[in-house]
Write a protein that binds this ligand. Sequence first.
Ligand code: ADP
Length: 335
Amino acid sequence: MFEKTTVKLTAVYLSIMMAISIFFSLNLYRVSVHEFNRTLQLETVAIQRLPNWRLDVEARNQLLQERQASFAGAKTHLLGQLLLVNIVIFAGGGLVCYYLARRTLEPIEESHQALERFTGDASHELRTPVAAMRTEIEVSLMNPKLTLKQAKQQLQSNLEELGRLTSLVEGLLRLASLDNKALPKESVLLGSVIKEAIAHNKPLAKDKKISLEYKSTTKAKVHGNKESLVEVLNILLDNAIKYSSKNSAVVIGLKTANKQAKLTISDEGIGMNPSEAEHIFERFYRADEARSKHQAEGYGLGLAIAQDIIVLHGGQISVSTKPQKGSTFSVTLPL
Ligand code: ADP
């Protein structure tokens, strides 16, 4: 589809280029021919005015014919040159136009591919648990000796699966709601955002005996959406706890410099290698360690949501991490 569109766009660019080139060539030819004719007329008059003793009739006619032939030759030569120039413009311009058309369509093609990948991943993530639940229910229904205990276990497992599906659908809806949308903003004290997120994640941290440490007294304020900023902190703290082992620490820092607030969340968890860290802000990406060995729950949407929110605030989010040593996520926001 994009190859066809590139060719069409090339044709449009080339038509515009050729229309301009032909327009200038025709005008140049018209003006030149006009000048040739005027010069020929003047020369003809000058030759005819020459006295008979200087030029007899026969020589005069011959000179006139020679001048006319030379002007006709000049016109043909000019026409040939203009034609050649237009052929060169057509060939060279075609290549340039194709290159420009490709460059124009490249970002559209990339976002189209990303959308296709996203739709594919989303439908896969939605279809798999639904199909598994369906099979489980069918097997249970076909079992004539199904006991109440087994039925309850079945329902419990379905409920857990439905809980995960609900969080996936909520994540997808949240991403859709953040697309091209400005968030309502107010003056927000970052310290209160951090405290709210710490309170929210405390029970989870307590379960794993992880300490959440925050000492900064900075009164940094940003122009932002408090609810969404708490959501970002919740995502980062939830990950820090989820991907850390028991009895470790998660440290939250807040500093201001160069009219920017810098928020850091450091853990002593499983970390990632650089090739994985490159992709973690992509939708549905989960590093191998998290997916297989660590078996932490998630769909790989949290950091994509966090990044969308931070970008909508004119900020940046990044990570520095080492496998088995821990990760530090940094968020910068304009003050
Ligand atoms: P989820 O945690 O639901 O899988 P996220 O988008 O929040 O999705 O994170 C994407 C991936 O980034 C995770 O699957 C994990 O591999 C990696 N990751 C995120 N935070 C951390 C962290 N603090 N330590 C190690 N890996 C992390």
